[in-house]
Design a protein around this ligand. Structure first.
Ligand SMILES: [Zn+2]
Length: 321
């Protein structure tokens, strides 16, 4: 029997089977190295919630220290999109009042150093790695070595903003994580997080092993995010960068498909597309079917805000940008 949805408890429907061998081969294709023993816990079913649209792994057995110890050794693993940081700065600056912000998983403090430039914002973080926390403190940042469960009782209701970038999709119990994060917030406070918008555009061509278990346990679209807001009793806002036009994506992805990823670029794509017109039409049709969020075609990442009602019971007035 398929496991129920970890967010809304709706029935899950198996979409496909993903074997440990396929996962291992997928990692090898990205990193040219096999993951160590124990990093891939086993086979998974990939299931879709028939009610809210969340896609989740069954079993919800997340990657552990063996996987992350290996992944974090690769420089390319740390590549990060910065558009979210710019957008978060704008969102927090627009609040126009003194606020206290806590980042969960602050690393060496790159985000905190950037966001600390927002006026009237006090920033702090917690981080599991002692070495990273030390490196952040050496930059003058308030980053402690602690886990969320260490601080949730002592700092309940202490924070206006909690940030956890690219965390939710990795955990085996997303609802329990959100419940802990909620406890940290003051009335009217909000949690800000970014995550991949699934399926990502390149996944029309092939799997992205980094967006599948044991790395990502859940895959989110707008319907699943709306359900998360409803289940947690919080108010949802989302922001996305502007997505590339479908025909631009289809040009690139047709060439990736017939010649190999990244092999053909620029004007050299035109003759390839003309020689493979039928494939191009198919890829373009797939891209045109992509979800629309706030009336625009979905990009590959989404920045999410979930806000608690304020003391008077109303969600804070927030300006969408
Ligand atoms: Zn669901």
């Amino acid at each position: 029997m398929t496991a129920p949805c970890p967010i809304c408890a709706g029935p899950g429907q198996v979409q496909r089977r993903l074997t440990a061998d396929e996962i291992t081969a997928g990692f090898y294709a990205v990193f040219a190295e096999k993951p160590p023993a124990g990093a891939v816990p086993g086979d998974y079913d990939i299931a879709g919630c028939t009610v809210c649209g969340l896609v989740f792994a069954d079993p919800m057995a997340a990657g552990d220290a063996a996987l992350y110890g290996w992944l974090t050794g690769f420089t390319k693993y740390h590549a990060q999109d910065r558009w979210e940081w710019t957008r978060m700065k704008a969102i927090l600056a627009a609040a126009g009042r003194p606020m206290a912000l806590l980042e969960l998983g602050a690393g060496r403090g790159d985000f905190l150093a950037e966001i600390a430039t927002v006026p009237d914002l006090d920033v702090a973080g917690i981080e599991l790695s002692a070495a990273s926390a030390r490196a952040a403190r050496a930059r003058g940042l308030d980053v402690r070595q602690a886990a969320l469960e260490d601080i949730v009782a002592g700092e309940a209701g202490a924070w206006d903003v909690v940030v956890l970038s690219h965390v939710l999709e990795h955990v085996a119990a997303p609802l329990a994580l959100m419940a802990d994060v909620k406890r940290l917030l003051k009335p009217g406070g909000r949690v800000l997080f970014s995550l991949p918008y699934s399926p990502m555009s390149r996944e029309y061509l092939h799997d992205d092993i980094m967006n599948l278990p044991p790395h990502h346990m859940t895959r989110w679209n707008i319907s699943a995010l709306e359900t998360l807001a409803r289940v947690t009793g919080m108010r949802l806002e989302t922001w996305m960068p502007r997505a590339k036009r479908p025909w631009k994506r289809a040009l690139k992805h047709t060439c990736d498909l017939v010649r190999g990823e990244g092999r053909v670029s620029g004007l050299a794509r035109l003759p390839v597309v003309l020689a493979n017109w039928r494939t191009f039409r198919k890829v373009l049709a797939d891209h045109r079917k992509r979800d629309r969020v706030d009336g625009r075609m979905a990009a590959d990442t989404v920045l999410v805000s979930l806000a608690l009602p304020d003391a008077a019971g109303a969600a804070p007035e927030q300006r969408a940008t």
